[in-house]
Design a protein around this ligand. Structure first.
Ligand SMILES: [Zn+2]
Ligand SMILES: [Zn+2]
Length: 345
């Protein structure tokens, strides 16, 4: 009807132009506002529902974020403590070797046993304190380009409620400050070996050991000494040991430092009673007793030479003299003398 009326009106007002269109709009105003308000109301309701839903979801989500952040924080803390735990295990193994005077058959597998035991206690603590279930174990110990440091790899899987976490954590574990068991393991059956907090004092043990290995001037190592504690020599490059008239070497020997060496054993192989190994390792020197004699020759004083099946000779190198007594090393002229910058001595 309205449509019709509109046509009539259009016909009637054919000549009135703009005025007739205006009146049509005015006529429909009532219906139009009802529809518009309804649409607006529906829109508003829909919007409210959406907004409310989002708000609820956000609340749940933020709750989840807080609990997952907390979980992540606890797991990060767990991983941060692994190097400490693993270093403790290395020290325990080292102390065991020293105490029993017996080398490990397989230091990596012994170490894994100790670390896994510690991890299991550690995981129990995390379950008791945080209700997080953790399974972890040491899966690899790798030598690195730094012979004083190993890479320990630990597999970790943990679960808390809906969350789970899986990771292989890498820790740097070093042997600095631990005891070197090599002299003890080689000389234990010879009389006279003793040790204090910092050094081995060989008494007659080393000379007897050298004698039984066919070294001619074995007696030059009576009352020799060598370091007990692994300390990395800071005088690098090593050819500076001869600097300042030998005072650098004097400082090095007074402190009992160890040096990187391809021929010397790494720490884990030392725990197996080896003085040399296929890994990049380190060496230290055996210091003969101070002497007033000169020009002597005996076994080369690098520990991987002295404690080996192939002991070769070294010439006397005097790096310090006081009151007529010389502090010396026996070094092979073309190897260790050159490496440590002692060729002029
Ligand atoms: Zn040094
Ligand atoms: Zn090794």
């Amino acid at each position: 009807m309205r449509f019709k009326r509109k046509i009539n009106k259009n016909n009637e007002d054919k000549d009135n132009g703009k005025n007739s269109i205006k009146s049509v709009l005015a006529d429909e105003d009532g219906n139009f506002s009802i529809i518009a308000s309804s649409l607006l109301l529906i829109g508003f309701l829909l919007l409210s529902i959406i907004v409310l839903n989002i708000a609820i979801e956000e609340r749940n989500e933020s709750h989840e974020i807080i609990s997952s952040n907390n979980y992540q924080y606890v797991m990060n803390d767990y991983i941060r403590n692994l190097p400490i735990l693993e270093r403790e295990a290395l020290e325990e193994l080292s102390e065991e070797v020293m105490k029993n005077k017996r080398p490990c058959l397989d230091s990596k597998s012994d170490l894994k046993e100790i670390v896994d035991g510690k991890l299991s206690d550690y995981n129990k603590q995390y379950y008791d304190n945080y209700n997080i279930q953790i399974n972890s174990s040491l899966i690899a110990i790798e030598n690195t380009s730094n012979p004083f440091s190993y890479k320990f790899k630990t597999y970790i899987r943990s679960v808390k409620g809906d969350y789970s976490f899986e990771n292989i954590a890498s820790s740097d574990v070093d042997c600095i400050g631990l005891k070197d068991p090599v002299p003890l393991l080689y000389c234990k059956s010879y009389h006279g070996l003793s040790l204090n907090d910092t050094d081995y004092n060989y008494g007659d043990s080393l000379s007897e050991f050298l004698k039984s290995n066919g070294v001619e001037n074995y007696s030059f190592y009576i009352n020799a000494s060598s370091p007990l504690i692994i300390k990395k020599c800071p005088f690098d490059p090593y050819k500076h040991h001869g600097d300042d008239n030998g005072k650098v070497m004097k400082n090095c020997r007074d402190n009992g430092y160890y040096h990187e060496s391809r021929d010397g054993a790494c720490y884990l192989c030392r725990l197996e009673g080896k003085s040399g190994c296929e890994h990049y390792g380190f060496e230290t020197f055996i210091n003969p007793q101070k002497t007033n004699e000169t020009g002597r020759v005996s076994a080369c004083g690098s520990d991987h030479v002295i404690f080996s099946d192939d002991i070769y000779p070294g010439v006397e190198v005097i790096y310090y003299s006081e009151n007529g007594l010389n502090e010396i090393l026996y070094l092979d002229p073309h190897g260790h003398k050159v490496k440590y910058g002692m060729s002029g001595f």
